[in-house]
Design a protein around this ligand. Sequence first.
Ligand SMILES: Cc1cc2nc3c(=O)[nH]c(=O)nc-3n(C[C@H](O)[C@H](O)[C@H](O)COP(=O)(O)OP(=O)(O)OC[C@H]3O[C@@H](n4cnc5c(N)ncnc54)[C@H](O)[C@@H]3O)c2cc1C
Length: 397
Amino acid sequence: MKYDVAVVGAGAVGSSVARRLAEDADVAVLEKELHLARHQSGRNSGVLHPGFNYEPGSTKACFAVEGTRRMKEFCRSNDVAVEECGVYVAAHDQDDEERLRELKQQADENGVEAEIVSGEEMREHEPHAAGEAALHAPEAASVDSVKYVHAVAGEAEDQGADYYMDHRVNAVSEGGSRRHRLESSKGAVEADHVVNCAGLHADRVAGEFDVGEGYRVVPFRGEYYELTPGRTDLCRSMIYPTPDPELPFLGVHFTRRTDGKVIVGPNAVLAFGREAYRNNSFNIRDLASTFGYPGFWRLMADRKMLAVAWSELNRSYRKKKFISAAQELVPDADAGDLQRSYSGVRAQLVSRDGDLVKQPLVETTEHSTHVLNAVSPGLTCSLPYGEHVAEQALDQL
Ligand SMILES: Cc1cc2nc3c(=O)[nH]c(=O)nc-3n(C[C@H](O)[C@H](O)[C@H](O)COP(=O)(O)OP(=O)(O)OC[C@H]3O[C@@H](n4cnc5c(N)ncnc54)[C@H](O)[C@@H]3O)c2cc1C
């Protein structure tokens, strides 16, 4: 099997890359799972983040603003459910209110619709939400992310891309009649160019090309509760806390999904495996990878990160702690209203210096392109980000 380009990983990003590549090249997509969206792209909050949260002019801001609008359109024309409900970012004290003004300024600079409303005005729409004031961003929406990935992959296939499911890429070598030979669990595929979109394993695939040595994926699990069926009226749209700009995670929040469920979370707890979806699962190789990485210890040397890691761990094992974070937003939600739901694991890229990489990051060699960081809101950004990556790869063909 010989192709111009092989894409490793068929999540939201890999499938978006394949969709654009297939317009101009012969494309194979190798995915280790039997089904699509088994990892980050199918285990997330499904929120389209319209872009008020991101530094004006940054890649993330540009992709999020464009991504939100395009994804709504894409979902509408592909019969993928979208709930266009908007978000309230609630402020609880003076510092939060100051931060809301900064967010409003960012929203204006990024061209995102947003207004600051009083707590009373927020409660006209979200009667159970607590807060002195809130930023209301009506463009925020939630989508069915699993169906979305299927729709993007479907379009990639319609353009001619061949999907090889249940094909885990284990090694890449030179040779054959094309530049690269990808050895997979189900046979080899040859290609002139490789685009690595392997998400939680992207650093390992990059390692096959001696790329990305200054970074490693450190997995952080996000666990969700959901409101019990009789109590979903506690949140009609989305209620978020004011974000801490130093942290890459948004804090426990309430999100109304397209299926009518209201999810509460996610927290952000260090996972003992890249696919450790439960708090008692672990993987020895992944544990060694995290704990043997100097960048991880440099990250944890930061007192604030250590305190956050400890408190998140507590929220994972003690429902009471999770509930109190939720009650800061919706005081009427009590323990009986929340039941455990699903979880996802974020591929958080950490540099050797111990910094959390917060912007999308792509590294290339002459004949390969590596999406090392497709950090949140990677789902929102996936259409423009995937196209950007595909065009970089096409330039090199
Ligand atoms: C808890 C959580 C909440 C989030 N919430 C949001 C949100 O509300 N909004 C938003 O915009 N973003 C959100 N995100 C981020 C978003 O989900 C990700 O940025 C995005 O899904 C990344 O897509 P991906 O294609 O890079 O990764 P993935 O979806 O992880 O896809 C990578 C694929 O590569 C495959 N793979 C890996 N290794 C190999 C190999 N060796 N061979 C073959 N295949 C391989 C995997 O099986 C997988 O299917 C959230 C993420 C998490 C975890």
